[in-house]
Design a protein around this ligand. Structure first.
Ligand code: ADP
Length: 398
């Protein structure tokens, strides 16, 4: 059975077609620059270990045109992998904000769509684009069951003591202002893998997802107890372009004393802060090159980045009253040996002692990089959000 995983953004659609009998990716691709003068579709197929890649450049006025072309590519004689779109049994959609309404993966109905719409104010950048993806997929793949996998769902198990903000109660009850958390699909996937690796389903795990966006989760017995992002994705760790935790007074200071508009402050904190704000670079590989050359700006930024993660490990060790493993994942967590090394430095109190020889090994496999007799395991686990979305979708249609 084939499942198509769709991640629709405001001007892009990422997709993967996965054969659930083998969990192999048959095809993947990216529709980009939707609505602009010149769009493109990069489409890859993987057949018998052979990879084929095609790129088409043309004006893609809207998501419907883009996804229709993807459907054609999937059945194309040259670059296709299936003979008819009806071979796709389900489309699993990544939906960013499920609020308190969605605690697990659901089959998308009119009621679900209405609820996702109601949640637009909580995720104005993501939910509208995600919903367009659903509506377009309904048209293009009418025989497939549409399924919604929410980034927030895994975190819905957080206890109230962790998810509430200490602001007037009615702001929670009337406006839904609370911590929701994101990257849930990834935290769920890697924390389950970690528990499997440890052979302990009750393990106390701190999952550290470090991509362009970054967040951490405290997980015990497969259940999320706390996470670092909040009502939106700005809270917590230092990210590529987001500040993570700051004193909210900074916002008032910028607006009231320095004449910034709220929109400008939002842009600064979301797009111009984090590693970008500290170093002028967003991509960690560029900052790493500078770090290795002894660039003081890059060194400070790396140290701040790691220090924030260490603080969250401390918080979550407290929340869990113990720690069996920390898990590094996503682009930076899986690849950046310096970040891992800095995070694990001076953390003996938490049983965290890195083995630098193991840390420097590059591999796509799940691996352990702690010293042999260290109390807490340090694991590197490649995340796979698409596979997790496909698995959860499969559960509902098999
Ligand atoms: P997202 O899915 O949030 O866009 P990714 O998980 O792909 O992000 O992570 C992107 C980040 O991973 C970028 O900052 C990139 O520099 C970093 N990254 C990828 N490969 C490496 C590497 N080999 N070394 C260091 N950082 C890397």
């Amino acid at each position: 059975m084939n499942i198509l995983v769709v991640n629709a953004g405001s001007s892009s659609i990422k997709y993967q077609l996965i054969d659930m009998s083998t969990e192999k990716v048959l095809s993947s691709g990216l529709v980009e620059r939707i609505g602009l003068e010149e769009g493109s579709i990069t489409h890859k197929t993987f057949c018998k270990d052979e990879e084929k890649k095609t790129k088409e450049v043309f004006a893609i006025p809207d998501h419907t045109v883009g996804l229709k072309r993807v459907a054609e590519l999937l059945v194309d004689k040259e670059v296709g992998v299936i003979s008819d779109p009806s071979e796709i049994k389900a489309v699993g959609h990544r939906l960013v904000h499920g609020g308190e309404a969605f605690t697990k993966t659901v089959v998308i109905t009119d009621e679900v769509k209405a609820k996702v719409k109601e949640l637009f104010p909580l995720a104005p950048l993501h939910n509208p684009a995600n919903l367009i993806g659903v509506e377009v997929a309904e048209k293009v793949f009418p025989n497939a069951t549409q399924i919604g996998v929410f980034d927030t769902a895994f975190h819905q198990t957080m206890p109230e003591v962790a998810f509430r903000y200490a602001i007037p109660n009615e702001m929670y009850t009337a406006l839904g202002i609370r911590k929701y958390g994101f990257h849930g699909t990834s935290h769920k996937y890697v924390s389950e893998k970690a528990a499997g690796y440890l052979g302990n389903k009750n393990a106390k795990i701190v999952s550290i997802h470090l991509g362009n966006g970054a967040s951490m989760a405290a997980v015990e017995g497969g259940v999320c107890k706390d996470t670092s992002m909040g009502i939106g994705p700005l809270n917590g760790l230092i990210m590529g372009t987001r500040s993570g935790d700051i004193d909210p007074s900074v916002i008032f200071y910028l607006v009231e004393q320095n004449g910034y508009s709220v929109n400008e402050v939002s842009k600064i904190l979301n797009k111009e802060s984090g590693m970008q704000g500290l170093t002028g670079d967003t991509d960690m590989r560029d900052i790493e090159t500078r770090y290795l050359k002894g660039d003081k700006v890059a060194i400070l930024a790396y140290e701040m980045y790691a220090y924030r993660i260490q603080q969250y490990i401390g918080k979550y060790a407290a929340a869990l009253n113990g720690l069996d493993a920390i898990v590094f994942t996503a682009g930076i967590g899986e690849n950046d040996t310096i970040v891992r090394s800095l995070v694990c430095k001076n953390m003996e109190y938490f049983g965290i002692v890195v083995d630098e020889a193991k840390n420097s090994v590059r591999s796509k496999e799940i691996r352990e990089i702690n010293e042999n007799n260290a109390k807490t395991k340090i694991l590197v686990i490649p995340t796979n959000e698409e596979l997790e979305i496909a698995r959860q979708s499969f559960e509902l249609v098999k």
